[in-house]
Write a protein that binds this ligand. Sequence first.
Ligand SMILES: C[S@@+](CC[C@H](N)C(=O)[O-])C[C@H]1O[C@@H](n2cnc3c(N)ncnc32)[C@H](O)[C@@H]1O
Length: 291
Amino acid sequence: MNETILRTWRRLPLPVKQQLRPIAERVQTAGKRIRRQPVVNQLAESRFKLQLPAGLSTVPYAPSEMSLEERLFLYSLVRGCAPRRVLEVGTSEGGSALIISAALNDNDNGGQIVTVDPLPRIELDPAQFHGRLHIVRGFSPEAISTAAEMVDGPFDFIVIDGVHIHDQARKDLEGALAHADEHAFILLHDSFHFGVSEAIREVVEQEPRLHDCGYVCNRPRPVGDLATHAGFRLLRWGPEVVDPLPLVAPMWESLGKVPPHDPALINHDIYWCQYVEPCARCQALGVVVAT
Ligand SMILES: C[S@@+](CC[C@H](N)C(=O)[O-])C[C@H]1O[C@@H](n2cnc3c(N)ncnc32)[C@H](O)[C@@H]1O
């Protein structure tokens, strides 16, 4: 038992101690067993080391009409996909651009964002964007080519949140796809709007390499008397089934190893092989189940 728990335990009145003793014993036994398992130890240690990233604190306060779920999703998706070149259609007061910039900054891999709007209204301190934001004052889709010239390569992450009518949403999507990386993710806000969802359906139906990943933020909210807004719809540009090898290969190469994309490893898992049943390769290496 650690010192604090021991001190608290000593101060407890005897009847409480008697009641708690069987539970305390069970916890101690389980703790000892878990401590003997190196994989579990490694996982627990890395979890304790995790800290909340600095950029996350900007998420609730960014001047945007996006809901909290949408803001968290946007931040997390940019963290997860780690894009290098982001295009945003529809800047307004810079709220979503602020969230994206914060995530890019936390990623720390040189990611930049270009946001396009005929009338951007950002009043935030430019320092809050960490030098990652470029603004193009102009109309999508025409201004997207100017945006593309500001970054060195096609966009690998695209957010479309401009005018929510069918004709414009379709032009925004087609215009953005003309400058998209072959593995780009495309996120459309206010995609519960019927015109926006129809534009998505039409473009997805005409582009075999564009895949609909559905409503990844799915709480609609009414705006005005007809249209329903909100909602994030995610699209993916690329092959139908993604090959993980190009994503994992650089890491394995940096370790001087060959990526484990080998049929002999199809049933290998560090936990399973140590605690349940060694795979064929582990058996050949002499791994036995830990007791
Ligand atoms: C819903 S707001 C964007 C909100 C912003 N993404 C956020 O959440 O912080 C829509 C913006 O689209 C802009 N807009 C209108 N027509 C546009 C066009 N053709 N191209 C780019 N932006 C446009 C408007 O000026 C407005 O600022």
